[in-house]
Design a protein around this ligand. Structure first.
Ligand SMILES: Nc1nc(=O)c2c([nH]1)NC[C@@H]1CN(c3ccc(C(=O)N[C@@H](CCC(=O)O)C(=O)O)cc3)C=[N+]21
Length: 307
């Protein structure tokens, strides 16, 4: 074989530009809907949904995210409870806090910001959260429910990606979706969601032999590796829908900071049919879906299963 595109000329005009999937606008609209639903919920039950966010240590990036989550939680009309713990916190202290939050009737959702400092077992802490308050959907109960198509709490980033794809494509039955990256946080749950949509799903990971060739088969290409600009223009089937989950902060030569994704955007935009930008794509959807999950958790706890 010669180069990937040498034998089949692209069917796209030379000045083709993918349309941008505006996650920021979608998230803003979703947060508006949630805000209204929160008001209705309060009117019916006299209860305000509450979200507890736990941050251990002082990673500056995590502090920004956590503060952002608190602000948006307030904007949506929900209560936010922040717990900032020192780096030196022991696993037992953290588990004790989770236990208190589990029992607190004012708190409907609990999120422990990841990654945790060394020495703290993220799995153990995540699984200590009651499944009905696990708004990240990362505990084994919610992960298992997703795997067997039972209703449960779906992790925020995969849910955000799914909402964008449904909005863009509608029925996805029979489409080939390729997910690059297979973390428990994003890749794996998203592959399960796409499977439930009727997609033929391939998952590429660190041991995959020819990820570029697999990617070129994708009608839907989702990239969640944390490896910046991994996916080049010639990895993309012309007209494909590309969802870029990666987000890496970079310094420009001028000393300014810039966010880049896992997809080489300037190349991809010439080939893809639609693509999420970074920033303004999946990131804002993640926080909106956290609010969505918190309201859903409150409904479930107050109104009962199936709410
Ligand atoms: N338990 C847990 N749950 C998480 O959901 C979780 C976590 N831990 N740890 C860290 C990651 C990261 N994350 C992001 C959320 C929003 C944006 C976001 O809004 N990004 C904006 C840009 C923000 C900026 O300018 O820095 C955008 O893409 O447009 C990004 C990343 C959630 N995370």
């Amino acid at each position: 074989m010669t180069g990937p595109m040498s034998s089949t000329p692209s069917p796209l005009p030379s000045d083709h530009r993918a349309s941008l999937i505006d996650g920021k606008a979608f998230a803003t609209a979703l947060r508006q809907t949630i805000r209204q639903d929160v008001q209705d919920f309060r009117a019916r039950h006299g209860i305000t949904p509450g979200l507890a966010v736990v941050l251990v240590g002082n990673d500056p990036a995590s502090e920004v995210y956590v503060r952002n989550k608190a602000i948006q939680t307030h904007h949506a009309g929900m209560r936010s409870f922040m717990h900032m713990l020192p780096e030196s916190t022991s696993e037992q202290e953290l588990l004790n806090l989770v236990e208190r939050l589990n029992k607190d009737p004012e708190i409907h959702g609990i999120l422990v910001q990841l990654p945790l400092p060394g020495g703290l077992d993220a799995g153990r802490v995540t699984n200590a959260i009651l499944p009905e308050k696990d708004v990240d959907g990362l505990g084994v109960v919610n992960a298992g429910r997703l795997a067997v198509n039972q209703p449960g709490i779906v992790p925020c980033t995969p849910l955000g990606c799914l909402m964008l794809l449904r909005d863009q494509l509608g029925d996805m039955t029979g489409l080939h979706a390729v997910v690059i990256g297979c973390s428990n946080l994003v890749g794996k749950p998203l592959a399960l969601l796409l499977l439930a949509e009727g997609c033929t799903v391939s998952i590429a990971h660190i041991h995959t032999r020819d990820t570029a060739a697999l990617a070129r088969e994708a009608d839907i290409l989702v990239v969640a590796t944390g490896s910046r600009e991994l996916v080049r223009g010639d990895w993309i089937k012309p007209g494909a829908t590309v969802i870029d989950v990666g987000i890496t902060r970079m310094q420009t030569p001028e000393g300014k900071s810039r966010l880049v994704g896992d997809v080489a955007f300037d190349e991809a935009v010439k080939v893809a049919g639609r693509i999420t930008p970074v920033p303004g794509g999946v990131g804002p959807m993640t926080i909106a879906c956290l609010l969505n999950n918190t309201l859903a958790a409150a409904r479930m706890q107050v109104e009962g299963a199936g709410a």
